[in-house]
Ligand binder design. Structure first.
Ligand code: ATP
Ligand code: MG
Length: 448
């Protein structure tokens, strides 16, 4: 079988071969080519040593990414290629990183240390696919299976457990039975793995086509318990409320699949009801309520995402979406909508609506979202007509007020907020003269 490989990749392979080295495309790129997908990047493995690679590609810009680990990035305008010396991992002592890495002259060594059979193939034009571990067959039958004994391979690096779930989720594959059993057996040791590494795989799960597959798998193998115990409380948590047909966990899985694969939206969907198990009250009719679960959920999501070492930007966006997700039930008039818009901003207001539509649609089979569609239209109108909704949009600013004679300090903010309140009720008031008039009527200037 022959594949079309971009010229800039071929160039790197050819140069190595012309100089007497062997060179292959390896790992995820081969898997993707066999799946008929264009690889997002190409990794090359070779028996040339890092120093030799650098010398050979002297006319290009090269970047060392840990020369010790044998990877040199060759930079070309069409894209970067990671060129890595064949490796053979040394002893794994702590289930994390090999104590030592040995360079090898042998492709098979390099492929043997890779995690799954589907990720352990090599290709070049002369040899075609090299597949010592039946990766092509597992790919054909949609199977995730470790190279070698799963127990041994997971003990070397427990992150591979999450990677198994990640590939199963992204590709819609099944984890082979022995591999799955080893996942269950060793998932508790994921506590040894750095959160940064877990986060990377977890976010890939969350942005796949059907993240519910991954979250369910993580629960079934006991991994969720280790790094997201808060979500375990949702499992089987009966809402005792006729508006909610499912337990919180199943409802959550429905919502994450239904929203677009935007990381912070997916995360907000995953954590939006995380406060529910902590806020249940039951009324005289025996119906469950969850007052304040939105605020609590926002707070909990901050702590969780901090633990996962997410960026502050992600943390802020996710917690704000969760904090406001219950506004779907409020009967907001123009003024209320503008307040919400001011808090969310012109982008996140629409992300919030996406979350709310999915949340509603997943709560029970008769749920309607007409009101949310109508709300979306109204918000678009406010923005299009440039109706003022924030103190920034007022026809007057703090400097104007100071020039009028008000003292610098808190009073300025108070006046602007008051003026905004009036303008939200009546946009026609947003003219400088009118606003000055109102300010003077309502706020005394202090004696100088
Ligand atoms: P993606 O397309 O999502 O990047 P990928 O298969 O390229 O998928 P990477 O995480 O970029 O995944 O890893 C590249 C290759 O390195 C893998 O295909 C696999 O062969 C190997 N690999 C990566 N991480 C590990 C690991 N923890 N243990 C063993 N092999 C690994
Ligand atoms: Mg990759």
């Amino acid at each position: 079988m022959e594949f079309t490989i971009p010229a800039y990749v071929e160039r790197v392979l050819d140069k190595l071969k012309e100089n007497g080295f062997s060179a292959y495309i390896v790992g995820g790129s081969v898997r993707d080519m066999l799946l008929g997908k264009t690889p997002s990047d190409y990794d090359v493995a070779t028996d040339a040593l890092p120093g030799e690679i650098e010398e050979l590609f002297g006319e290009y810009k090269t970047i060392q990414v840990g020369k010790k680990f044998g990877t040199i990035v060759v930079v070309q305008k069409e894209g970067n290629i990671e060129v890595t010396t064949f490796r053979q991992d040394g002893e794994y002592i702590d289930g994390r990183r090999p104590e030592e890495v040995f360079f090898s002259k042998n492709l098979k060594d390099d492929l043997s240390r890779r995690d799954f059979t589907i990720n352990a193939m090599a290709y070049n034009k002369e040899t075609g696919i090299i597949d010592y571990f039946n990766g092509a067959e597992d790919l054909k039958y949609n199977i995730i299976k470790t190279v070698g004994k799963p127990e041994d391979r997971f003990k070397e690096d427990y992150l591979r457990i999450i990677r198994a779930v990640r590939f199963a989720t992204q590709l819609g594959f099944t984890i082979e039975e022995n591999t799955l059993n080893a996942c269950k057996l060793y998932s508790k040791y994921l506590s040894n793995i750095s959160m940064e590494r877990i986060q990377e795989e977890f976010f890939k799960i969350m942005t796949s086509d059907k993240p519910s597959l991954g979250i369910r798998l993580l629960k079934d193998i006991g991994a969720l318990e280790v790094f997201l115990p808060e979500l375990m409380e949702a499992v089987g948590f009966n809402q005792r409320n006729p508006h909610h047909e499912n337990d919180v966990f199943d409802h959550t899985l429905c919502v994450i699949d239904r929203v677009e694969p935007i990381l912070h939206l997916r995360l907000a969907a995953l954590f939006h009801d995380i406060g529910k198990p902590h806020t249940l009250t039951i009324d005289e009719e025996g119906v469950g309520h969850f007052y304040g679960h939105d605020k609590l959920g926002a707070k909990m999501s901050k702590a969780i995402l901090k633990r996962l070492k997410a960026s502050n930007e992600i943390i802020d966006k996710v917690s704000l979406l969760i904090d406001r997700h219950m506004t779907q039930h409020a009967n907001l008039k123009a003024k209320g909508l503008k307040r919400l818009l001011a808090r969310m901003g012109e982008e996140e207001i629409f992300t919030l609506l996406k979350l709310q539509k999915a949340d509603r649609s997943c709560s029970n089979r008769n749920a309607k979202i007409d009101d949310l569609i109508e709300r979306e239209e109204k918000i678009k109108e406010i923005i299009e007509r440039k109706e003022p909704y924030s103190t920034k949009h007022l026809a007057i600013n703090g400097d104007d007020l100071i020039k009028l004679g008000y003292n610098e300090g808190r009073i300025i903010g108070e006046i602007l907020n008051y003026l905004l309140k009036r303008v939200l009720e009546d946009p026609d008031l947003n003219e400088k003269e009118k606003l000055i008039q109102i300010a003077k009527e309502q706020f005394k200037m202090s004696e100088k």
